[in-house]
Design a protein around this ligand. Structure first.
Ligand code: ADP
Length: 524
């Protein structure tokens, strides 16, 4: 009885699931989560850094602007220190101060003292200004920043003014601000981010580089000097840290995917190996069972007929002769089986040697058929032999070739059904000497035609077809033919029959197969 081993798929699943698939799945989940975590913390860190950078930059702009304003207010103070500042002096002050676009000077009562026309900030500005500078504030000089109708106004009460305190409103020139201040302050800053200054409506007044495809990161108020304006940081296209992290994630995922692929390939290979090993174990078990069975049957027959003869119970001479023939036939079958098994084991251990010498195939064909003559006649086989005349001798090991041929003939007999025809042909074909053994038996399905030459392989395994056999016959035939530098091929159609052909090369190693050359080939 053949013990059924656990299916290879079940064995493999039992090994692969806990050992490989589960850890790989856990690793994949953990990897994914830590990547997400990493992405999130990188983003948070980046935003925090960007906020710090933006605040520092905004402070810098504020400081520079304050310094510029201090200078402007000090200069204005000088001009206004004159008890009767001439409009010309004030005009000259405005003209020589690029950052200032307009100037209006009011007295405590709200009278516009300068200018009488042109260059005024706005006559109706005073109420707004006086809200910023209540009466008590007029005595302590100071500076305010206002946004009036989209204009940045610097309002100041310069000290030391002759003829009572005055309120000066200076409107900043955005173009000069951009060019002389923002450009000079932000332009030389280093770093991959793009600093930009946005006005109260969020429109960029200045940016260090074009912002078309840049991504806004963060914006902070610009400090008191430019009320409602903001300093924003942008990331140039493709350089957003999220992109870098994404790229890392993609890279990691690709590496992990590759790892999974390698694991899958390893599992696939292991599965194939396990399946093959299991199959081989099953085939070996079948082989032992088949060979034992094949040994027992002829032995039982020999013993039974031998004992019957020994007891002298067979009086009829014809019957006695028949008994002798059975004994001879069965012992020949035993020898063939043992030869096959022994040769196969030699072949497995790499000990099979061949004595190759040029010889004719015709005698081998005839001798082989002679050995099967009785069984062929008994089973009413129509035997057709066609050996072409004048075939050249070819280098071969006569015993081995006889064995190969016997295996093919034995199979043709075993696997023939109703149509009992055996055809043996030898002829020159395609530059080879071809010896074919054909039957009209059950045939071999196309999918099995390669596999039948594997060791232990039998179509449908041991029980099929109800025919005895060890499954090593064709493996031996193939080995023998390869040792001769030739090959064995099969053409077959299920239920139509099979045709096995042994192809012998006419020369070996460039030597014409002539009598006299002899050698031993050892094939692993
Ligand atoms: P076995 O001892 O089983 O005959 P072989 O190696 O000689 O082992 O053959 C392998 C298998 O190939 C056989 O079990 C049989 O299924 C198939 N086979 C071989 N020769 C023939 C044939 N002439 N017709 C049909 N099937 C064949």
């Amino acid at each position: 009885m053949t013990r059924r081993l656990r299916s290879p798929a079940a064995r493999f699943a039992a090994f692969a699931l806990p050992a490989v698939v589960l850890p790989a799945a856990i690793l994949a989940v953990l990897g994914y989560h830590s990547l997400r975590q990493w992405e999130r913390s990188a983003e948070t860190l980046f935003r925090a850094q960007a906020r710090d950078l933006a605040s520092m930059t905004a402070d810098k702009v504020d400081t520079v602007l304050r310094r510029a304003e201090d200078t402007i207010v000090a200069r204005l103070q000088n001009v206004l220190a004159d008890p009767h500042p001439t409009p010309d002096a004030l005009r000259a002050f405005v003209a020589s101060t690029p950052l200032i676009m307009g100037l209006s000077v009011f007295d405590r009562r709200g009278h516009l003292r300068y200018p009488s026309a042109g260059q005024a900030v706005d006559g109706g500005l005073f109420p707004t200004l006086s809200r910023e500078f209540p009466p008590e504030a007029w005595d302590s000089p100071g500076v305010r920043h206002l946004l009036v109708q989209d204009q940045i106004i610097l309002a100041a009460i310069p000290k030391g003014v002759g003829g009572g305190p005055l309120l000066a409103a200076l409107s900043l020139d955005p173009e000069a601000l951009r060019r002389d201040l923002l450009e000079k302050t932000l332009g030389p800053l280093e770093g991959s981010t793009i600093p930009a200054v946005l006005d109260a409506q969020g429109h960029p007044v200045y940016s260090r580089a074009p912002l078309e495809r840049a991504m806004p990161i963060i914006s902070v108020p610009l400090g008191g000097t430019l009320p409602s304006w903001r300093l924003a940081l942008y990331q140039p296209p493709g350089a957003f840290p999220r992109d870098a992290v994404r790229w890392q994630v993609v890279l990691f995922s690709a590496a992990f995917g590759l790892l999974l692929l390698v694991i899958a390939a390893g599992l696939g290979a292991t599965y194939r190996l396990v399946r093959r090993e299991t199959e081989m174990a099953e085939l070996k078990a079948d082989f032992v069972a088949n060979v034992s069975h094949d040994l027992k049957t002829p032995l039982a027959l020999i013993r039974m007929f031998g004992e019957t003869l020994e007891m002298g119970r067979v009086a009829d001479e014809a019957a006695r002769q028949e008994y002798y023939r059975v004994i001879i036939r069965e012992s020949e079958r035993l020898s063939r089986l043992l030869d096959n098994v022994l040769d196969f084991s030699r072949l497995e251990r790499g000990r099979r040697t061949y004595d190759v010498a040029p010889a004719a195939v015709a005698p081998i064909v005839h001798e082989t058929l002679e050995a099967f003559a009785y069984i062929l006649a008994q089973q009413a086989f129509r035997v057709e032999v066609a050996v072409a005349p004048d075939l050249p001798e070819v280098p071969l090991d006569a015993d081995a070739v006889g064995q190969a041929l016997a295996n093919l003939v034995d199979n043709a007999i075993k696997y023939s059904g109703e149509r009992r025809v055996l055809r043996v042909e030898a002829a020159l074909r395609d530059g080879h000497l071809a010896v074919a053994v054909a039957d009209e038996g059950m045939g071999i399905p196309a999918g099995e035609q390669e596999r039948i030459f594997e060791k232990f392989y039998r179509i449908g395994r041991s029980e099929t077809q109800g025919r005895r056999g060890s499954g090593v016959g064709l493996a031996l035939v193939r080995h023998i033919m390869e040792a001769h530098g030739g090959r064995v091929t099969v053409e077959s159609q299920p239920s139509r029959g099979s045709r096995f052909t042994l192809w012998f090369p006419l020369r070996v190693d460039g030597t014409e197969g002539k009598a006299g050359t002899s050698g031993a080939a050892e094939v692993a």
